[in-house]
Every structure is written in C-alpha cells, then in structure tokens.
Design a protein around this ligand. Sequence first.
Ligand SMILES: [Fe+2]
Length: 336
Amino acid sequence: MIISDILMPVMDGFQLCRMCQEDDRLSSIPFVFYSASYTERQDQEFGLGMGAVRFIVKPMDPDEFLKTIREILKDYENGLLLPSALPVDKDEDTFLKGYSGRLIRQLEKKVEDLEESNKALMKSEADLKDLFESFVMAMVNALEAKSRWTTGHSRRVAHYAEQLALEIDLGPAEIAEVKMAALLHDIGKLGLKDNILDKPSHLTEEEFRTVKEHAALGAEILHDIKPLRHITPSIRHHHEKSDGSGYPDGITGRDIGLFAGILHIADSFDAITSDRPYRSSLSKEYAVEELKKFSGKQFDPVLVDAFLRVLDNGFRCIKFNTMRIMIQGLMKVEKI
Ligand SMILES: [Fe+2]
C-alpha cells in the first residue's frame, strides 16, 4: 500500500499517484491519499479519479486510521478493490495547475491568519507585561507613600542592588530578579503601624520586635502572587546576618542566599546614608566604614568587597530593561 500526502517536495501527491498508475510494477498497489483538511471536495474527487482507492482527510483518529487501512488491505486481498485503470484525464493538467493555485492561495491565507493571530498574541502579552509592571510599581508606590521615611528607599535599594549584582557578573535575568526583590524588599512594612515607622526616637524592644515582622510578612504577602513567589526567600531573609544574629530565622552564611545578601548590603547602605526619623543621614564614608567593620560578621565579605568597588568606580549604565526581563522570566515560569 502507498499512503501519500499531497503537498510534498520534488513532486506532489497527484504526480506521484499518476506515475504509480503508469508504472506496471506499481499500478496494482493500493494508493491512498492522506492529506490535510484544507483540501477541497474536488481535490478528493480528482485524487480518487486518478485511481487512488481512498482519500483520507487529516487529522484522523489513529484507531480509525488503522481500521480504514485494515479494511483496504482486506479488500485488496479479497480482490475487491476496483482496478485503477482510469485513463489520464485530458483536463488533468488544467486541474493540477488550478490545484496548485488554490493551494497557494489557501496557504497564503493561512499564513496571513497566523500572522494576525501572532500580532494579537504579542499585543496581549505586551499588555499583560505592562499591567504587571504597573502592578509592581503600584505596590512600591503604596509603600513609599506610607511614610516620608520610606519615600525613595525601595528605588535606591534597587539601584544599589542592581549595581552590586552587575559587579559580581550576574546575568541579565539574575540582575532583573535582584532588582525586583529589592523594589519589594520592605513591602511587609505596609503591615506596620505608621506611628512605629515615623517614631522620632529609637524604638522600644517591643516596637522593634514588631518591625522585625516585616521581613516574614513581606514574603507572605508576595507568596500569594504566583509570579513573585520565587523571589520571596530573598525578601524573607534580607535582614539575616552572616553570623546568625539577624532575623527572622537567624540563619548563617550560604543559607542566607546570594540575593538576600545583596539586598542586605544595599538596604543597609541606604539606611545609613538616608535621613531616619530619629537621626539625620550619615556620610558615605561612614557607611563604608560600617560595611568594612561588619564584613564577615553581618555581611558577606565577598559582596562587601564588590560593593566597595562599585562605590569606588562609580555606577555603571545598565543596558537592558531589567523590569521587562524579569517579567518575561516570570511569565515563562508561569507558563511551565
Ligand atoms: Fe527591611
């Protein structure tokens, strides 16, 4: 049995069928067309008219396909298949030419439809990305609007974290992830009372205990937002210290994670160099001394060295849209 498609390289299925019918060695072999659904009724009639025993339109259920094939073989064995001795139709060439034209037009239409669908898909993906970006920035704005002491903090920490990630040669996707985590690292502070955030003097022990809850709370808030779920460990651990004296889990060294370690340095540097409710901003030089002093105790020493290089050499230009890369990465994760 010969089972042939129609649209094929070198020669199409009609030409193949015609050649088989004209060849004494092949003409008695049952010829079956198996072609896509865009073939029209007249193509089927034409194929059968050439001597094919069946014209099966794709797609066909596999079981049904096998059943059909078995029936044809049985008829063949029992001599029930009609002899395929149809003479070559004088209009055959005209039909074949017309067929090619129709096929090309149908394919062109299919390509056009696909291009249209693709454009619509790209637009809806872009809309979705814009929406997600706006949503993240709305959360950041909500936090920064909560208190004048939080204004600008998330964006500055994101900037320092991004520069540090660049300095230690992380790739664009990782830099984007660090940046997103940095933008949202203090989101748990949305759950804190304003009088604690704005308190113009040092916090009591009880108040400080409440403030510490913001790290775990931030991770919990984002955990319910599926695309952001995988950045929650860095947010939970952005106040952990290398010697285990941090919070909320008191973990040490590598357990803290690279991204949380980056956030901790960026966050601490900005906290020192910005005004606080209970003190004015301190100098960059003082912050550098603090980083050095607590390197290996509070901060990862490799990251401290890298951040000091960033401060010495100046900030570098980031040549890609980190937010967009991050959102693209998140959407891929979601699709999987
Ligand atoms: Fe924090």
